[in-house]
Write a protein that binds this ligand. Structure first.
Ligand SMILES: Cc1ncc(COP(=O)(O)O)c(C=O)c1O
Length: 455
């Protein structure tokens, strides 16, 4: 063990020291070298040091430097030092965090995280939290609690009786709903195509007045942070109306929920605490290593009714039972990394992280706009959408940027426009990284314009 830890430590230090100096996306030759891992599986055991050596030699160069300073694809955070170390310690501990009896420390730490998260995200104090693998599972878990609650109100026990012959549930989502909500609804037997899509404005925000009133069981899925524009639905208004007719309001706040840690974004997050459930990722803006999400539900009984299970051999402790609040029983100790991230950052540190990424996104947008390129969204948070003209031109420029490797940005379609997406979500990113990346993007875009004679 000692030898492998020493070897690991050397390799880990080397990898992270080089993260900012390499191409963000691996070179073709590095990807080709992955084939060296695809050996016929031998019969006899081999030295663990050799295993580590092979993984590092052929695996590390083939990674995407998404934990580095200049990765702006999808919405991907890095890994802060304290939660990264906590992640490694969690591996050493190898706890089954499912039950208090299998890991008192994991259960205890999750409960601390619950208190801290509720405080820092300004959620109602009674909110319970399930520690899941990401926002998709957080949305699934929260919507399972919602399904339980609205059907219970109609006298129907969905966990016992399923959905056969159940009262129908009306579900509203915005036209720009994230696919993870639709996936969660499909997994819950509520159907992707059964939802009513509410019209949105040019930033992707639901138009609250367009939600009709329904007397039957209703769930309204709102969004705090559109994956393209970063915009927030008018959650305050939606909650007021929805609650007047007994509907459940869920917030998909995969990254946007973290904006509630900073008073700077108060106009976006207004009324978010009025909702009934909130899903978010910790591996996005809290910058803990993969995989980590939080399913927050105001009424703990609805969450546990949807998630808990019983068997003679499963021992329920006297305190908080982690498996009452998540889909899994056995799982890793995710709370450790969240505890370490919050403990190391403190309230001010988290607010600064969010604000600094937001400022970097605005700086990127300013530089691109000053060079004559069209910013398609109001840069209200950490997301920027830019068009370089014709769809084909934009797509080619994105490809050039990805091949160049100074930074990595992806593409999207936004309300009829082909756009490049920039998402600033990593604790490492500095204004200097933005300047360097903006210079590279502008150069490729201008070269392409010259080549095609387009403007
Ligand atoms: C708004 C929103 N919801 C849900 C998700 C899904 O998150 P995950 O991939 O962690 O499950 C994302 C991912 O970007 C997102 O932006």
């Amino acid at each position: 063990m000692e030898k492998i830890f020493d070897a690991f430590s050397e390799k880990a230090k080397k990898y992270l020291a080089g993260i900012n100096k390499r191409k963000v996306f691996p070179a073709e030759s590095d990807l080709k070298n992955m084939k060296n891992l695809d050996v016929p599986l031998q019969n006899s055991p081999i030295d663990p040091l050799k295993v580590l050596e092979e993984l590092d030699r052929f695996g590390s160069p083939a990674t995407v430097a998404s934990t580095g300073n200049r990765y702006f694809g999808f919405v991907i955070g890095g890994a802060l030092p304290a939660p990264l170390a906590a992640n490694l310690l969690a591996g050493v501990w190898d706890q089954n965090a499912g039950m208090e009896v299998s890991s008192p420390i994991s259960s205890y730490i999750e409960n601390i995280c619950r208190k801290w998260l509720v405080d820092i995200l300004k959620l109602p104090p009674e909110t319970e939290i399930g520690f899941v693998s990401g926002a998709t599972m957080a949305n699934f878990t929260c919507l399972a609690a919602a399904r339980h609650a609205v059907l219970k109100n109609m006298g129907w026990n969905v966990e016992e009786n399923g959905l056969f012959n159940a009262p129908s549930v009306k579900i509203f989502v915005g036209e720009e709903v994230h696919v993870s909500i639709l996936k969660a609804l499909s997994m819950l037997g509520l159907g992707r195509n059964q939802v009513v899509r509410v019209p949105v404005d040019n930033q992707g925000r639901m138009i609250a007045e367009a939600i009709p009133q329904y007397s039957e069981p209703t769930i309204i899925c709102t969004q705090a942070g559109n994956v393209n524009t970063g915009s927030f639905d008018p959650i305050d208004t939606i909650c007021d109306t929805a609650h007047s007719f007994g509907a459940w309001v869920h917030v998909d706040g995969a990254f946007g929920l973290w904006a509630n840690a900073s008073s700077r974004y108060a106009s976006l997050t207004k009324g978010i605490d009025k909702a009934d459930s909130w899903g978010a990722d910790a591996h996005k803006w809290l910058n803990v290593p993969y995989d980590s999400g939080i399913a927050c539900v105001r009424n703990k009984d609805h969450l546990s009714a949807a998630m808990s299970t019983e068997a003679a051999y499963l021992i329920s402790g006297t305190n908080r039972e982690p498996f009452f609040y998540v889909p899994e029983i056995s799982r890793r100790a995710r709370g450790l990394e969240i505890w370490a991230a919050l403990r190391s950052l403190g309230k001010d540190g988290l607010a600064k992280l969010v604000e600094s990424n937001g400022a970097c996104a605005s700086l990127f947008a300013e530089r691109l706009a000053a060079a004559g390129f069209k910013i398609l969204n109001d840069v209200v948070l950490n997301q920027v959408l830019v068009s370089f003209g014709e769809p084909e031109t934009t797509r080619r420029i994105i490809q050039k940027i990805q091949e160049d490797g100074t930074c990595w940005c992806g593409g999207t379609e936004w309300q009829g426009h082909t756009a490049m997406r920039i998402s600033v979500s990593c604790w490492r990113t500095t204004p200097a990284d933005i300047e360097e990346s903006a210079r590279a993007v502008i150069k490729f875009a201008q070269d392409e314009q010259k080549r095609t004679g387009s403007k």
